[in-house]
Design a protein around this ligand. Structure first.
Ligand SMILES: O=C(O)c1ccccc1N[C@@H]1O[C@H](COP(=O)(O)O)[C@@H](O)[C@H]1O
Length: 207
């Protein structure tokens, strides 16, 4: 049976992190962009990342960071997620696996993007809202994702327990990424929502 991987993003709290791991998240995202309501600082990253067990991926989310900002976080991260306008060369310069988030503007060409970001481990596709780099809680038209992309697709943008099954049926992504859809309030996750999300993904995978 095919299994859709799950990333829970925007963890800011040790109890929420423990719940996310208990519910079976494959990857945990830490927002390291200070402009986010889910941002954590380096001290919190150290504390939280040290509580993530082996085989669960620690992902650092950045939006147009300086090289120094990324380098400071590297000891606590397994994978880098670039959510701004970073160039392929910038994303690749840290010697760490990375994924590129692409916001689904009307004119985006995913074939060109996957060629440009050929060294990425996957493309993360998120909704586009002018002036907002991500985490909008909004979905986009999933039929815009071509079925023949070579890069693994991580589907993001407004996912929740109620729609993730439909999203998996439509896109068959390698992974899904959720932040707002498992929250109780900004930056605080809800364990019942995390469980419902995991259960909806498992149900979709059985179909
Ligand atoms: O979560 C944020 O605050 C954030 C800020 C800047 C860029 C990306 C951000 N989050 C990522 O956006 C997508 C979709 O989030 P949502 O499920 O719609 O809330 C996801 O990859 C988040 O990790």
């Amino acid at each position: 049976m095919r299994r859709t991987r799950v990333k829970f993003c925007g963890l800011t709290d040790a109890d929420d992190l423990a719940s996310a791991i208990a519910e079976g998240a494959d990857a945990i995202g830490f927002v390291l962009w200070p402009g986010s309501k889910r941002a954590i600082d380096l001290a919190a990253l150290q504390l939280l990342a040290s509580r993530v067990p082996a085989f669960v991926t620690r992902v650092g989310l950045f939006v147009d960071p300086s090289a120094e900002e990324v380098e400071a976080c590297l000891p606590w991260l397994d994978l880098l997620q670039f959510h701004g306008d970073e160039s392929p060369a910038f994303c690749a310069r840290f010697g760490r696996a990375w994924i590129k988030a692409l916001r689904m503007r009307d004119d985006i060409d995913l074939y060109t993007a996957q060629r440009d970001y050929a060294a990425s481990s996957a493309l993360l596709l998120d909704a586009w809202r002018p002036g907002v780099p991500g985490g909008t809680g909004e979905t986009f038209d999933w039929s815009r994702i071509p079925a023949d992309l070579e890069k693994p697709v991580i589907l993001a943008g407004g996912l929740c327990a109620e729609n993730v099954g439909q999203a998996i049926a439509a896109v068959a992504p390698f992974a899904v990424d959720v932040s707002g859809g498992i929250e109780a309030s900004a930056g605080r996750k809800d364990s019942a929502r995390m469980r419902a999300f995991m259960s909806a993904v498992a149900s979709a995978d059985r179909r």
